[in-house]
Design a protein around this ligand. Structure first.
Ligand code: ADP
Ligand code: MG
Length: 210
């Protein structure tokens, strides 16, 4: 059992965890948050419902600089519904972090409205690969300050045919970025993405309880 109190996170995040009633870190959180905080890339396999969102959300919020207005974190999700769930959980975790802006950008919503919302200079963008690639092509998402890219439900994104936008997005991001890859399954395609875009990732597979 790992208590969040034993994981070195900023006070504002501990305060949010207290308010959410998260006392014990799930296995995926206990095993992935420390290497992510140390700046490592991670390749994580853990089943649905294991708490992956808070794992990468806490590590991302702990490592970004809210006084820097650049876009620093990009999270890619397979669907709009999942991107909205991730944004919601991140906002709950970021409740006591002053001035953090988290924006959700998915297909099915007017590009014009999204272009206007980008004038608020988000620190974190959560979105679906097709729309994010489109906004990057329009020059609307400045990537120079991007320090972390997270692929959430990577296996599902590949099943849905998002390989090309994912590659194109990653190719356009700074090479010094951290890449955190989360998936429910390990497939050859996941390994291929990892070896093409990650730097000696810490490989973490969470076993299913017997
Ligand atoms: P996954 O992405 O692995 O499928 P989620 O991140 O969606 O899982 O988390 C599943 C549920 O568990 C969510 O409702 C979330 O709020 C809750 N949860 C996550 N971490 C904790 C924790 N440490 N303690 C209690 N509940 C948690
Ligand atoms: Mg998830």
């Amino acid at each position: 059992m790992s208590r969040f109190a034993d994981i070195a996170l900023p006070a504002a995040l501990h305060q949010a965890l207290d308010q959410l009633g998260y006392e014990t870190a799930t296995p995926v959180q206990a095993q992935t948050v420390p290497p992510m905080l140390q700046g490592h890339d991670v390749l994580v396999q853990a089943k649905t419902g294991s708490g992956k969102t808070a794992a990468f959300g806490l590590a991302l919020l702990a490592t970004l600089q809210s006084d820097n207005t650049q876009l620093q974190g990009l999270i890619l999700c397979p669907t709009r519904e999942l991107a909205e769930q991730v944004s919601k959980e991140l906002r709950a975790l970021a409740r006591f972090v002053p001035n953090i802006k988290i924006l959700s950008l998915c297909g099915g919503v007017s590009v014009r409205v999204q272009l206007a919302s980008l004038s608020h200079e988000p620190h974190i963008v959560v979105g679906t690969p097709g729309r994010i690639q489109d906004l990057i092509k329009r020059g609307a998402l400045p990537l120079d300050g991007l320090s972390t890219v997270i692929l959430d439900e990577a296996d599902r994104m590949l099943d849905m045919g998002f390989i090309e936008p994912i590659k194109s997005i990653l190719e356009g991001t700074p090479s010094r970025r951290k890449t955190w890859l989360f998936s429910a399954t390990y497939t050859d395609d996941i390994r291929a993405i990892s070896s093409a875009f990650q730097r000696t990732p810490t490989d973490i597979a969470i076993a299913e309880p017997p």
